[in-house]
Design a protein around this ligand. Structure first.
Ligand code: BMA
Length: 318
């Protein structure tokens, strides 16, 4: 049965920043078709976005944008920050949809992004200290795979990664483990698409995992197929802090979906695609950065206590 109190909270959890969209193609220092699906982290007291940028051939690369408050006065790199190596079969048709996590043991950032390889999309890893030089670690698992992010530390001696392979045409979220960030095993399904729900067709991790006292907060996108198109919306789950392959809670309803004009109209209509998050402890707010209709970047803001209250009202996954 619908739970109106919880649904009311889900609907009011996020507010769209009034200056949305915060970044568009016209803001770029060089000619581009679109900017969307950015990774986000806090760095040196400011916010850093690594944005997906699509050029006029339709290939994507990644470009760094910095801002003090994470909302205004973005400084955008004058040229692509991380570009595909076109001689490599792995990166043949561009780099897409990055996520960033701080790797505690390495003291460096881990960027997981989609390389559009000759065999289909694969998830690749690059490690960096300064976002100027990048150590490319290559593709991690075979195609088709997307929507991946590492966790910041090991669990029982192994690193963990959430990702979204497509198996038998089904697109669920998986979690895999590795001793060295290179060799991956113990693959298991983490969250499944739910028939007839808003996330019934496909799903994938949204931004990087967010640690809260109750566990790991995991935002994800869910897709519903309609007679006209596909609608991309955002839901949330809670994973166990020490064993993140255990799902403790999962939202039945979405918490953010396309409603504003800039989310409804664009290169791909009706898409809200979250890829980055920052937590601002001083004001107790969560900022979610997302691609709006696949051609601009917007931000949605929530009160961290309300998000925690909401996820604890959600049931276990069924
Ligand atoms: C997904 C990804 C995203 C994109 C979304 C909506 O499959 O390719 O990059 O934003 O579709 O078009």
């Amino acid at each position: 049965m619908a739970n109106f109190k919880r649904e009311q909270l889900a609907m009011s959890l996020f507010r769209r920043y009034e200056g949305n969209p915060i970044l568009e193609a016209k803001d770029w220092p060089y000619p581009v078709n679109s900017v969307f699906n950015p990774a986000a982290i806090k760095l040196n007291g400011g916010t850093l976005l690594l944005s997906r940028v699509e050029d006029m051939r339709g290939f994507s690369h990644l470009t760094l944008c910095k801002s003090k408050d994470g909302l205004t006065n973005w400084q955008i790199d004058e040229s692509p920050t991380l570009e595909a190596d076109h001689d490599s079969r792995e990166e043949r048709w561009g780099l897409e949809d990055p996520r960033i996590i701080w790797l505690e043991e390495q003291g460096q950032f881990g960027i997981t992004y989609v390389s559009f390889s000759e065999g289909g999309p694969v998830v690749s890893l690059a490690i960096t200290k300064n976002f100027k030089t990048f150590a490319r670690m290559g593709g991690m698992l075979p195609p088709e795979d997307k929507d991946a992010c590492l966790f910041p530390r090991r669990f029982n001696g192994r690193f963990a990664m959430i990702h979204r392979p497509v198996v038998r045409g089904e697109a669920h979220m998986w979690i895999s483990l590795s001793p060295d960030l290179k060799h991956w095993g113990d693959h298991r399904v983490l969250l499944r698409t739910r028939h007839a729900y808003w996330d019934g067709l496909r799903m994938g991790l949204a931004c990087q995992p967010i640690e809260i006292p109750e566990g790991w907060l995991i935002f994800y996108h869910g897709v519903r197929g309609t007679t006209a198109s596909q609608i991309y919306r955002i839901g949330v789950a809670l994973l166990d802090k020490d064993q993140p392959w255990k799902v403790l809670r999962r939202s039945q309803e979405w918490v953010l979906g396309p409603r504003a004009d800039y989310e409804r109209v664009g290169d791909v209509s009706d898409v809200v695609f979250v890829t980055g998050a920052t937590v601002h402890e001083d004001i107790n707010k969560l900022y979610l950065y997302y691609g709006a209709a696949d051609d601009k970047i917007a931000v949605a803001i929530a009160d961290m206590n309300a998000v925690r209250e909401y996820i604890m009202m959600c049931p276990e996954d069924d």
